[in-house]
Design a binder for this molecule. Structure first.
Ligand code: SAM
Ligand code: SF4
Length: 319
C-alpha cells in the first residue's frame, strides 16, 4: 500500500528481541537493555499473524533483526514460517554473526534469501573493545562458511565510526572482495548511544576508495530492496554499497516500516511515532481491525527522519 506521500510500502523490519550477546558501544548499554517481562514481547505465532496481515496490505519483504535475532530461541523456525506465507517473496536476516555458524544449514533450508553480517573492523583488539567480546575470528569464519551457500546473498555492513574504522575502509573493501560478498558502509546515525559517536560520510569514503581503486561507476540495476546505492570500481572485485541517511537522505523513497519486539509498529526509524498492535491483538481485535490500525500507521508515515529528536536505542527499534 501507499502512504500519504505516494511511497509504496513493501518492506518490514521485524525486531524479535531487544537483547544481544554483544555490547557495541554505539548501540547497547554495557548493562544491556532494561529487561522487560516475557509477556511484553510478541510471541512467534503473533508475529506470523501480523506478517500475514502486513502481507495482505502489500508487504513482500521481511527482514528479521533485533537486538541480536539469533539469541532468541526458535528464530530459524520463525523465518521458515514467515517464508511459507503466501505473498512473502523474501525473508532476510541482520546479525552480528556470532551464533550464525551452527544455524546456516537450517537457515538455508528455511529459504532465507540474504544475510547481512555486521562487521565494523578487522582488528581483533578493536573488535573486542567495541563489542565487549573477543569474537572477530568467529565472525570472519562464518563469513567464509557462508560461501558454501551460494543461494544465500551475504552482505557485510560496516558502520562508519570516526577515529575507529576510517583507516580500515580499504581493508574492509579488500576483505569483502576476497570473500566474494558485498560490503556496505552505513553512516552512523545520531540515535540513542550513537549520538556519542562521531561518524564520517559517504563522500569521504568515496574519496578514499577512488584513490585506491579508480573512479566509481554507479550500478543502476536493482541490487537489494532497500535504500542502499551501489558502485563498482575498476580495481576492485564486486561492489560497494552505501546507506547514507545523513549525507544522502533517502526518506523521499523510503519503502519500509518496522515492528518492534514489543509489538509497536514504527512507520519511521527516525521518529518516535509508534502504534501498539500487541494490546489490541491480545484484547481480541480481528484481522480487519488490526489491518485498519496498520493502514493508519502507514498512511501517516512521517515525511522524513528527525534523528535529532528521536530518543530510542537502535537495538530496541531494530536496526
Ligand atoms: N544485532 C544485529 C547486528 O548487529 O547486525 C542486528 C541489529 S543491529 C541494531 C542492526 C544494524 O544497525 C547493525 O549493522 C548495527 O551496526 C547498526 N547500528 C546500530 N546502531 C547504529 C547507529 N546509531 N547508526 C547506524 N547504524 C547503527
Ligand atoms: Fe548487538 Fe547489533 Fe547492537 Fe551490536 S549493533 S550491540 S550486535 S544489536
Amino acid at each position: 500500500m501507499q502512504d500519504r506521500l505516494g511511497r509504496e510500502i513493501d518492506y518490514i523490519r521485524i525486531s524479535i528481541t531487544d537483547r544481544c550477546n554483544l555490547r557495541c558501544g554505539y548501540c547497547m548499554p554495557e548493562c544491556g537493555v532494561p529487561s522487560v517481562s516475557h509477556d511484553m514481547i510478541l510471541r512467534f505465532d503473533e508475529i506470523v499473524r501480523l506478517v500475514k496481515i502486513f502481507c495482505s496490505l502489500g508487504i513482500k519483504n521481511v527482514k528479521i533483526t533485533g537486538g541480536e535475532p539469533l539469541v532468541r530461541k526458535g528464530a530459524v523456525g520463525l523465518i521458515k514460517d514467515i517464508k511459507a506465507i503466501d505473498g512473502i517473496e523474501k525473508v532476510s536476516l541482520t546479525t552480528n554473526g556470532i551464533l550464525l555458524s551452527e544455524k546456516l544449514d537450517v537457515m538455508a533450508e528455511a529459504g532465507i534469501g540474504s544475510i547481512n553480517i555486521s562487521l565494523d573492523t578487522l582488528d581483533r583488539q578493536k573488535y573486542m573493545e567495541l563489542t565487549g567480546l573477543d569474537g572477530l575470528d568467529i565472525v570472519l569464519k562464518v563469513i567464509d562458511e557462508c560461501r558454501a551457500y551460494p543461494e544465500i546473498k551475504v552482505k557485510i555492513n560496516a558502520v562508519t565510526l570516526a577515529d575507529y574504522n576510517r583507516d580500515e575502509i580499504c581493508a574492509l573493501a579488500d576483505f569483502a572482495a576476497d570473500m566474494g560478498v558485498t560490503l556496505r558502509f552505513i553512516e552512523m546515525m545520531p540515535l540513542g548511544l550513537g549520538t556519542g559517536f562521531g561518524g564520517y560520510n559517504q563522500d569521504e569514503i568515496m574519496t578514499v576508495l577512488e584513490e585506491a581503486y579508480g573512479p566509481a561507476k554507479t550500478i543502476n540495476e536493482e541490487v537489494g530492496s532497500g535504500p542502499a546505492k551501489y558502485y563498482s570500481f575498476e580495481g576492485l572485485e564486486g561492489r560497494i554499497g552505501f546507506i547514507s541517511p545523513m549525507s544522502h537522505k533517502f526518506c523521499r523513497s523510503c519503502n519500509r516500516i518496522r515492528l518492534t519486539s514489543e509489538g509497536l509498529l514504527r512507520p519511521c526509524l527516525g521518529s518516535d511515532v509508534g502504534i501498539d498492535l500487541r494490546m489490541p491483538m491480545r484484547e481480541g481485535a480481528s484481522d480487519e481491525e488490526l489491518a485498519s490500525l496498520i493502514c493508519e500507521g502507514i498512511t501517516d508515515k512521517p515525511a522524513g527522519h528527525r534523528f535529532e529528536t528521536t530518543d530510542s536505542l537502535m537495538s530496541k527499534i531494530g536496526g
